[in-house]
Design a protein around this ligand. Structure first.
Ligand SMILES: *[C@@H]1O[C@H](CO)[C@@H](O)[C@H](O)[C@H]1NC(C)=O
Length: 392
């Protein structure tokens, strides 16, 4: 009151500007850098006298503790300005994750969106919540596990698993009740994340096979259905031959009707068998298979032979039927039982299975003799030596 009177007095005595400096106006605050639109100045006066303290409230959703003090006609600011009020954690929904879609933290205006886990679906109307002045709006979204429809199977199909309450991830397995029938369709289906069965429901029928498609070959009969144990007759194109020498038969393998062996054609080429210690096959570099006409050099080891026991090297070539003209394989030199009447059988050691260089003591029948200076028989590439072992 004392101040007010002094001001009035001064108003009369001094200039208008001097007086105005003692008071602070709302307009001054609104034009100052401290002001922003998060303040609610609706309830404030237009003019405040010197020394006055004013608390400036925030608009809803914002909070702060901000004071203005009128000092010699200027506002002095104290405290903190209005900041968005946090809504706190928006809440965890069962079987769902959420993410912040807009906004910066859980503050006014921000939005969180909930997503159900894989295999779950949202049953509530909205999948989001907004942070409003009075907290999160709406309710927590609800996710439920996906369910698959009840399926129907024929009476000859055996089902393993629960058909009636299938939810995401459940598996049903099928077999045929009769061993004379096979399953047509999948042997297993599962309830997927969209609440749908992964495949159709199978059926059981008698064992039949379809005419197959054969690459580089053709089936002799017109396309038809084959009964169990029927044979598939097929030819391969020229330069190709059957993968398996046996003709395919319609049979049940692993609960399915299939052709066994699987029909197929492969390019005609000669194959190399796994060579044991006997020798060396000289293969041109980078050659893995041998078409008809290609040749190979085979060199046998010391105790081995090819073509005949006297021969240790051979050039072998691949015939047009995919067979080698000479088997590219080195055999060990073996001497068998000598077919000589004059050799004494009783006293003899074992002749059979002797290898190159092996010696066998022997004797001759009465009336026959070993050649002079001979004591033992020796196994050579040409057979037992001396020859004959016994002479008259
Ligand atoms: C500002 O505050 C007044 C009370 O002083 C209130 O009536 C009004 O609704 C508020 N305005 C806003 C935008 O919050």
């Amino acid at each position: 009151m004392q101040m007010g009177t002094a001001c009035v007095l001064l108003l009369w005595l001094q200039t208008l500007t001097f007086v105005k400096c003692q008071e602070c106006t709302l307009q001054q605050f609104k034009e100052s850098p401290d002001y922003d639109s998060n303040f609610n100045t609706t309830g404030l006066d237009d003019v405040y006298s010197a020394g006055k303290q004013v608390e400036v409230p925030c608009i809803p959703g914002y909070s702060g503790f901000f004071k203005l003090v009128c000092v010699e006609g200027n506002w002095q600011a104290r405290g903190s300005k209005c900041q968005p009020t946090s809504c706190g954690h928006p809440g965890n929904a069962r079987f769902a994750d959420f993410h912040l879609e807009n906004g910066d933290g859980f503050v006014l205006g921000s939005k969180v969106v909930y997503t159900c886990y894989r295999g779950f679906q949202m049953v509530s109307w909205t999948n989001y919540r907004h942070c409003a002045a009075d907290g999160w709006d709406g309710v927590l979204p609800v996710c439920e596990v996906q369910k698959c429809a009840l399926i129907h199977v024929n009476s000859n199909v055996e089902v393993i698993g629960d058909m009636t309450q299938a939810t995401f991830g459940n598996v049903l397995r099928f077999t045929c009740k009769s061993s004379n029938e096979v399953l047509i369709g999948p042997s297993e289906i599962y309830c997927n994340e969209n609440g749908e069965w992964s495949d159709v429901v199978p059926e059981c029928t008698g064992i039949t096979c379809e005419t197959p498609e054969i690459e580089h070959g053709s089936v002799r009969d017109a396309p038809r259905e084959y009964r169990e144990n029927e044979i598939l007759n097929f030819d391969c194109n020229s330069d190709y031959k059957r993968v398996d020498k046996r003709l395919p038969r319609c049979t049940k393998v692993g609960g399915k009707a299939t052709w066994s062996p699987t029909p197929g054609c492969k390019v005609i080429s000669c194959e190399l068998e796994l060579q044991t210690a006997g020798g060396t096959i000289h293969i041109p570099p980078n050659q893995n298979y041998f078409l008809p006409g290609s040749t190979l050099q085979v060199v046998c080891g010391q105790r081995y032979w090819i073509v005949d026991p006297q021969t240790t090297t051979a050039e072998v070539s691949c015939n047009s039927n995919g067979e080698w003209n000479i088997r590219p394989f080195c055999k060990e030199v073996i001497c068998s039982d000598p077919q000589e009447y004059a050799v004494e059988r009783f006293a003899a050691a074992s002749w059979a299975g002797r290898k190159l260089g092996d010696t066998v003591p022997y004797s001759c029948r009465r009336g026959f003799d070993k050649p002079s200076s001979t004591t033992m028989a020796i196994c050579t590439r040409a057979g037992w030596r001396p020859s004959p072992l016994c002479q008259s």
